[in-house]
Design a protein around this ligand. Sequence first.
Ligand SMILES: CC(C)(COP(=O)(O)OP(=O)(O)OC[C@H]1O[C@@H](n2cnc3c(N)ncnc32)[C@H](O)[C@@H]1OP(=O)(O)O)[C@@H](O)C(=O)NCCC(=O)NCCS
Length: 155
Amino acid sequence: MLLIRTMRRSDLSWAAGLETRVFSRPWSEEELEKDLENERKLMLVALQDCRPVGYAQSVRAADEADISRICVQEEFRGQGIATKLLTELLKLSGEAGAAKFFLEVRESNRAARNLYERMGFTVTGVRRKYYDEPEEDAVLMAYLFRKQLPGNRNA
Ligand SMILES: CC(C)(COP(=O)(O)OP(=O)(O)OC[C@H]1O[C@@H](n2cnc3c(N)ncnc32)[C@H](O)[C@@H]1OP(=O)(O)O)[C@@H](O)C(=O)NCCC(=O)NCCS
């Protein structure tokens, strides 16, 4: 069974290990621990049969939030885990006041770009040579929570 909850200290060494395997600039366990204490940052973990298999982070400022990380352990990919994590991240960040979401993603990261597009994010621009190790452009994407129109409550 898949469960999503906020990240705890006990998840940190697992998350830092996954960071090291997946990202060229991994976040350390100490950095992740600081993030846990930052009230602007929301960190969620997906647990499969009580075992952590994926995590995601957003950073909120007023009504805007950045999706700063989403990662699923290699052997659990392609099972809808990132979709569930991102859905919950958007929901909880929305409840905390975020109405606009932004992110950047490596141009070549087809899996992540497909995930974000499927969730309703649209491309808003490109930042040339934004990444290093290896150097690559960033695709900028945004997602706006639909606002209800006045007088259209039942629509
Ligand atoms: C991107 C990532 C989080 C997707 O996780 P996941 O749990 O496998 O994703 P899901 O199973 O929820 O898939 C959702 C959609 O993403 C897209 N997708 C996922 N994996 C894909 C792949 N290998 N190739 C192409 N599209 C892919 C598909 O559109 C998929 O929808 P579909 O199954 O209906 O086709 C995962 O591949 C990952 O951890 N990558 C490394 C970390 C990373 O690059 N994170 C993003 C930048 S921080």
